[in-house]
Design a protein around this ligand. Structure first.
Ligand code: ARG
Length: 415
């Protein structure tokens, strides 16, 4: 298009609608609205129309669901990326893709700037800004909500004056973000970490007390760490994740209540609903237990934590992530097989797992007939394994004994 254009990530909500007008006023730039569907189940044609009504010169819709799973969510699953033991990173994983699509459309249209509706307090601004900068350092980034310093009532007043339709959701006390990998809900009463989330925050998961009284067993098949079939039926990623969200959500699985550490230095209380990603992570980990060596598994835990932190902190497109991904991809080459999961009243439990590449060997593990494990070899092994301790005990500890706090005081000299 021209130098006077900006591509805005447009959600259809109040903030980004007001932003269309505000950008024109403040920067005298025309806005191309870009609405990206990552599986949030919104009425996209009417969102597109709203952007045009508010004054966007063009409004595009991109179905990013396939890309999202293939290049972001499933790789994150292979990585075992869970932030602070709880959060499967749905929102965080969506941001680099949104940045990528903003940059793509800017290049297609010749726009020299991109814009988003993030506030100045969260992680999302960091993820978008850093990702855009990594993909095209020359693009200018405008973040109206961070810049305009309007309070919510002032913003609504601005919308009224400018004939910007006020969405019905404006009264919701919650801030939400939704994609196939999960829902994030924050603000309102949730800001009191002592208060149990009210029933209304949950849209994808049944209250476990209302979930079916009989457990449901499902089978998830993985190929190289990617889920490819559900209950024996080969499915594309989007269908598989949607189905799993429905099934696990019906059983009340996937509710997360987390006080997390934001990159910008504050703790915040976040509620997540992530039925599919919770079950997939659990099943994937169970399959890795079968197919990775002890050393691979131990090392991968470190890599998983590092990747999770980088994803959370907006460093998806960093060189280190790329390097660690090479390790993860290599680690997944035998992570194929099927995991059986039992869903019941808010819980998901691994019920079984099998893999043609399994390192679990019945003949070695069994205590029954057919045991091939050489128990005689254990003695020699233990002798060498314990040798350094024995040496040290002889030279340094004899007489002194093992001292507290390793042993209770009274018994400390007896070995
Ligand atoms: N705290 C989560 C994160 O940083 C969720 C953010 C939700 N974003 C939102 N716009 N409501 O990934």
């Amino acid at each position: 298009m021209n130098l006077e254009t900006v591509v805005l990530a447009y959600s259809g909500g109040l903030d980004t609608s007001v932003a269309i007008k505000w950008i024109k006023e403040k920067y005298n730039l025309d806005v191309i609205a870009l609405t990206i569907d990552l599986g949030s189940e919104r009425d996209l044609p009417s969102i597109r129309q709203r952007a045009l009504d508010v004054g966007a010169v063009d409004a595009k819709i991109v179905d990013g669901r396939d890309l999202f799973l293939k290049y972001f969510a499933f790789p994150a699953l292979q990585s075992g990326a869970i932030y602070e033991r709880e959060y499967p990173l749905a929102t965080a994983i969506g941001r680099p893709l949104i940045a990528k699509l903003l940059v793509d459309v800017a290049h297609e249209t010749g726009a020299k700037a991109v814009a988003h509706g993030c506030t100045g307090k969260g992680n999302d601004q960091v993820r978008l800004d850093v990702s855009v900068g990594a993909l095209d350092p020359n693009l200018k980034i405008i973040a109206p909500v961070r810049e305009w310093k309007m309070s919510r009532p002032e913003e609504i007043e601005y919308a009224r004056k400018n004939n910007i339709p006020i969405p019905a959701t404006v009264d919701s006390p919650y801030s939400t973000d939704v994609n196939l990998w999960g829902r994030s809900i924050e603000a309102g009463i949730l800001e009191d970490p002592w208060v149990e989330p009210p029933a209304e925050v949950w849209l994808w998961t049944k209250d476990p007390k209302d979930a079916p009284n009989t457990p449901q067993y499902i089978e998830i098949e993985f190929e190289k760490g990617i889920p490819v079939a559900l209950d024996g039926e080969a499915l594309d990623g989007v269908t598989l994740v949607q189905k799993l969200n429905d099934i696990a959500g019906e059983h009340g699985v996937g509710r997360i209540d987390h006080v997390e550490n934001r990159l910008v230095g504050i703790k915040s209380r976040e509620i997540y609903e992530a039925p599919a990603s919770v079950v997939l992570h659990q099943a994937h980990a169970a399959l890795e237990d079968m197919t990775l060596s002890r050393d691979q598994a131990r090392f991968k835990t470190t890599v998983s934590n590092q990747i999770a932190e980088m994803i959370y902190n907006g460093l998806w497109f960093s060189a280190l992530h790329q390097d660690l991904r090479a390790f993860v991809e290599s680690s997944q080459r035998h992570v194929s097989g099927t995991v059986r999961v039992k869903l019941f009243k808010g819980a998901s439990m691994i019920a079984g797992r099998k893999s043609p590449r399994s390192l679990y060997q019945y003949e070695l593990a069994t205590y029954d007939k057919g045991d091939t494990f050489d128990q005689d070899a254990a003695m020699g092994f233990i002798k060498l394994w314990g040798l350094p301790l024995q040496t040290q005990a002889n030279i340094q500890m004899l007489g002194e004994g093992v001292t507290a706090p390793m042993l209770p005081e009274a018994e400390s000299s007896s070995c």
